[in-house]
Design a protein around this ligand. Structure first.
Ligand SMILES: Nc1ncnc2c1ncn2[C@@H]1O[C@H](COP(=O)(O)OP(=O)(O)OP(=O)(O)O)[C@@H](O)[C@H]1O
Ligand SMILES: [Mg+2]
Length: 251
């Protein structure tokens, strides 16, 4: 299968404060990797460094190596990185006034695609992959992104990310604002999506991590304490700090 994302000695700062202290991780292709740990440990910062979102904050900087495919993420223009590495956030953020269709087509249009059939096909395929097509196919151009329910908005954001065919999808607590049914839909989706891309998902929900992810990394205070098969992390962790966290004695 191989490695989709190779992270070497990654450090990140907000101003003078070092938030990540040298992270090393190999993310396996076509699998899901969960990132867990207590609030403030650096989970969001870590995944935001993988597609150079971190540096959109003027105070922020990062150092180290992130390789995706053959690409050194910090050696190419950030737009190229973000085209290949999609991201979904905790709070669904569709373009509120744009139609469902335009939300999904936005990335392709930005990349210069104008052909109507190409756009139509891509919008349908992406909404199918995000398990939203059946619910919206009759109102694609009539309804706005903001008019959907929270769970539908999150699937719309996933469709928008998928439309540009990313190799890696980063998800930062994608289901934490959703009801159990929408959460189950997102989890099913992760299962399907792994066939064609690699997923890194931040979650506070340990059951969710064990359901969706083959690998799990436990972060604590800006360090990756332990990284292993999910089953190992949750049943027989090597580090006492991981054990304390997963058994609820910490955080
Ligand atoms: N915009 C920011 N400016 C300054 N410091 C920040 C900023 N965002 C995060 N930090 C700091 O960086 C550290 C890591 O934060 P991060 O958001 O990555 O944690 P997290 O593990 O995602 O937490 P949570 O589970 O609450 O989302 C924390 O100490 C936090 O206070
Ligand atoms: Mg976070």
């Amino acid at each position: 299968m191989g490695t989709a994302v190779e992270v070497r000695d990654l450090k990140a700062w907000f101003g003078k404060t070092e938030a990540l202290h040298g992270i090393n991780m190999s993310v396996e292709s076509n699998h899901a990797t969960a990132v867990i740990g207590p609030s403030g440990c650096g989970k969001s910062t870590f995944i935001r460094c993988l597609n150079r979102m971190h540096e959109t904050n003027p105070e922020a900087k990062a150092e180290g190596e992130v390789r995706i495919g053959g690409m050194d993420v910090y050696d190419v223009p950030a737009v190229d990185v973000r085209r290949r590495v999609g991201m979904v956030f905790q709070k669904p953020n569709p373009f509120p006034t744009m139609s469902i269709y335009d939300n999904v087509a936005a990335g392709l249009k930005l990349n210069g695609t104008r052909n109507r059939t190409t756009l139509d096909d891509c919008v349908e395929r992406s909404l199918q992959q995000a398990a939203l097509w059946e619910e919206v196919k009759d109102v694609l151009k009539k309804k706005s992104g903001a008019s959907l329910s929270g769970g539908q908005q999150q699937r719309l954001c996933i469709a928008r990310a998928l439309a540009v065919n990313p190799e890696v999808l980063l998800m930062d607590e994608p289901a934490s604002a959703l009801d159990p049914i929408s959460t189950a839909k997102i989890e099913d989706l992760i299962f399907e999506l792994k066939q064609k891309l690699t997923i890194v998902i931040v979650t506070h929900n340990m059951q969710q991590a064990s359901r969706v992810a083959e690998y799990t990394g436990f972060f604590l205070m800006g360090n990756l304490v332990e990284f292993d098969k999910t089953e190992k992390i949750f049943t027989n962790p090597s580090d006492k700090r991981t054990e304390d966290y997963i058994t609820g004695r910490f955080g």
